[in-house]
Ligand binder design. Structure first.
Ligand SMILES: Nc1ncnc2c1ncn2[C@@H]1O[C@H](COP(=O)(O)OP(=O)(O)OP(=O)(O)O)[C@@H](O)[C@H]1O
Length: 323
């Protein structure tokens, strides 16, 4: 990597490698995360997501490659990296034996905040994360969602500009998950960069500006959710009829359709673009065929994830697109 990494990138990695014994977990991955955005690293169990987070947050060292976090080189200036980042996730810092407030004050001490400043920050963050009422209760009595919120609140005591969230909502119910998503969105609005790992595709779809899919030690694809969805086939237009005669007529006239005789519906492969939709509608008009329902289906991230991580022959992203 050159020394002229643009300041607009919060995290960069080139050729990041890590093996445990014979097992290569990360096989030379490249990352580029713009400042103030959410980047999601997706991958099946054991793909190496946590390993990547641990390397980027200086908890372990890579075997090879170069990376910068907040403009600081991981290998030569890990202290500066640590001063810039916050990490929460599977290795939670919450101590269950003491109260939420005590956990926060402990964190404030670790960050050398004055007593007064520590109390002020603690009260502010507990309020922001809806934990004021539970502040004096032992953290062990908190629900999963409350523990996650406390963990994140503790991370924010140090006012990090880059936050690593390792599976921030695993095990949370839908309401707590949405709550956490709102918190993450607020953080990003305030200029923080978020690097998150998740197994929930919807989470990546909802939150991430860019998504990378990790598989077999490599980034199988990287892009916005929409870019990834376009990578795989599966989009179609569905026409549903109530009149069997219209259904038959449409079927006879359209090539390359999948038919469902029971539902009287036809599936026509399509990228869902306005152009394709218009030409189908024009054709239906010209043939004087009226469908009772027309729906456009684009592949969702689940389709992308399964396609990219199933190790079958799926078109992987071209080198120009993949970073
Ligand atoms: N300290 C270690 N020693 C040996 N192998 C390890 C170690 N840490 C991780 N691994 C292995 O490296 C691989 C990647 O693990 P990692 O925890 O990074 O995956 P992950 O993508 O975060 O998975 P999950 O979604 O299940 O958390 C796994 O096969 C794991 O068993």
């Amino acid at each position: 990597m050159t020394t002229t990494t643009p300041h607009s990138l919060a995290i960069t990695a080139r050729g990041m490698r890590k093996a445990y014994g014979e097992k290569t977990v990360l096989d030379g991955i490249n990352l580029a995360v713009p400042t103030g955005t959410v980047f999601a690293l997706l991958g099946p169990n054991g793909a190496g997501k946590t390993t990547a987070v641990k390397i980027l947050s200086t908890l372990i060292t890579a075997d090879g490659g170069e990376a910068k976090v907040g403009g600081h080189d991981l290998a030569t200036d890990p202290q500066a990296v640590r001063a810039t980042i916050g990490v929460t996730g599977q290795f939670s810092a919450v101590d269950g034996l003491i109260t939420g407030e005590e956990n926060m004050l402990l964190m404030a001490d670790l960050h050398h905040l004055s007593r007064r400043e520590g109390r002020r920050t603690t009260a502010e963050l507990l309020e922001r994360f809806d934990l004021t009422d539970a502040a004096k209760k032992p953290a062990a009595t908190y629900s999963g969602g409350m523990k996650r919120r406390l963990d994140l609140a503790m991370t924010l005591v140090g006012n990090p500009r880059i936050i690593f969230l390792d599976e921030p909502t695993s095990g949370l119910d839908p309401r707590s998950r949405h709550n956490m998503w709102d918190i993450i969105r607020d953080l990003v609005t305030s200029g923080v960069t978020v690097f998150l790992t998740t197994q929930y595709l919807e989470e990546a779809d909802q939150l991430a500006d860019r998504i990378a899919v990790l598989n077999d030690g490599k980034i199988a694809a990287e892009g916005t959710a929409d870019e990834l969805k376009r990578l795989i086939p599966g989009g179609h237009i569905r026409l549903r009829f109530t009149d069997p005669a219209a259904y038959q007529a449409a079927h006879l006239a359209l090539s390359e359709v999948t038919r469902d005789d029971e539902a009287l519906s036809l599936q026509i492969p399509s990228d869902g673009s306005q152009r394709e939709l218009r030409s189908l509608l024009d054709w239906l008009d010209a043939a004087d065929i009226e469908a009772d329902e027309l729906t456009v289906h684009t592949p969702d991230l689940d389709d992308v994830f399964f396609a990219l991580t199933s190790n079958t022959n799926i078109p992987t992203q071209s080198k120009e697109n993949a970073r």
